[in-house]
Write a protein that binds this ligand. Structure first.
Ligand SMILES: Cc1cc2nc3c(=O)[nH]c(=O)nc-3n(C[C@H](O)[C@H](O)[C@H](O)COP(=O)(O)OP(=O)(O)OC[C@H]3O[C@@H](n4cnc5c(N)ncnc54)[C@H](O)[C@@H]3O)c2cc1C
Length: 314
């Protein structure tokens, strides 16, 4: 029986494994290798590693974990998870191996369902983006468009107008509230109301946004809305409380509503956080917190001590 099974080896899972490995906890870190930011050339907003390719960051994480013999980092997909008792979980791996542990950490992340728009898949993470903090700075001063007409799209266009003097909003034919149109035009942001037909690229570089009437707008970067989906449905199957936005509800220590099951990273948030805040450093921090609290939980159980993290979900 292991101490902990961690499902997912992105920044959240790897950071939790580091904390637990340093506490001599026996850990299986199972990872199927599909990090959310894999399509991007570089990871930004990560202090000391700003601009590092995503795969390189993972390789460095894996190298750190290799120093801790109690952590097994295995490239595999977990195909099923079961809670047999409060302190007894079972995972089945893709080769049929069955592993048991006292605690479970879900860190399976999210995947992005792209809008149904020709050309967007090739550009995703290269010049079609979703996050101004991840990729906005790199396109500063370039020709940028935000796609969509909803209030949060207008907010993003206003946000990015601080990055460039050539900013456009393409509504795609969606209705734009007059007050929002006024805010855009009043701040020098061009509004294009025609439905969008496709994104035209030069390899991985966006060239033009082509409208259904055949006209086009030359652009260097487009900010699109994706629909985040959980990569795995273990949380629901285990009975964990979830939000409609694909996140699992956790307390401040990473505990889900099911005893012994923790969650961290993009797939988990507290009820007080209004929208998922997806960032590598935030995911890593959540993994460190969950790893620490799991270790303390096991310590309390083994030595019959009060749990210092007993507030929130015990
Ligand atoms: C295009 C793009 C660019 C981004 N750029 C940045 C950036 O520059 N800076 C930044 O801070 N953030 C960036 N992000 C956000 C960042 O990718 C996430 O916040 C971060 O990866 C979350 O880490 P995580 O550990 O929660 O999940 P992930 O990194 O997605 O890792 C989850 C892991 O779980 C594994 N997994 C899933 N199911 C199973 C299973 N059943 N069995 C085994 N393993 C499983 C997956 O294969 C994956 O490896 C970007 C996101 C996107 C979409």
């Amino acid at each position: 029986m292991l101490d902990v099974i961690i499902v997912g080896g992105g920044p959240a899972g790897m950071s939790a494994a580091l904390t637990l490995g340093r506490a001599h906890r026996t850990v299986l870190l199972a990872d199927s290798g599909q990090g959310r930011n894999a399509p991007a050339d570089a990871v930004h907003n990560v202090l000391t590693h700003d601009g590092t390719p995503p795969a390189r960051l993972r390789e460095l994480g894996r190298r750190d974990l290799a120093a801790y013999p109690a952590v097994e980092h295995r490239t595999t997909e977990v195909t099923s998870l079961r809670r047999l008792a409060d302190d007894h979980f079972e995972a089945v791996l893709d080769d049929g191996t069955v592993v048991e542990a006292r605690r479970l950490l879900l860190a399976t992340g999210l995947r992005d369902e792209l809008p149904d728009l020709d050309g967007v898949a090739e550009l995703w993470g290269k010049s079609a983006f979703h996050c101004p903090y991840c990729h906005g700075f790199e396109v500063s001063g370039r020709r940028i468009a935000v796609l969509g007409a909803e209030p949060d799209r207008v907010r993003l266009a206003l946000h990015l107008s601080r990055f460039t003097g050539d900013m456009a909003l393409c509504t795609g034919g969606g209705e734009l509230e007059p007050v929002l149109r006024g805010a855009l035009e009043g701040n020098g942001i061009a509004v294009h109301d025609r439905p969008v037909s496709r994104l035209e690229s030069d390899g991985t570089a966006l060239r033009r946004i082509v409208f259904t009437d055949g006209s086009a707008l030359e652009r260097d970067a487009a900010f699109i809305r994706t629909t985040p989906r959980r990569r795995a449905d273990f949380a629901e199957r285990l009975g964990c409380a979830t939000f409609p936005d694909a996140c699992v509800e956790v307390d401040e220590f990473g505990r889900t509503s099911v005893p012994g099951v923790y969650a961290a990273g993009d797939m988990a948030r507290r009820a007080t956080v209004p929208v998922p805040l997806a960032a590598v450093v935030a995911a890593a921090a959540a993994g460190t917190v969950a790893g620490t609290v799991i270790d303390q939980d096991l310590l309390s159980a083994d030595f019959e001590l009060p749990n210092p993290f007993a507030s929130g979900r015990a």
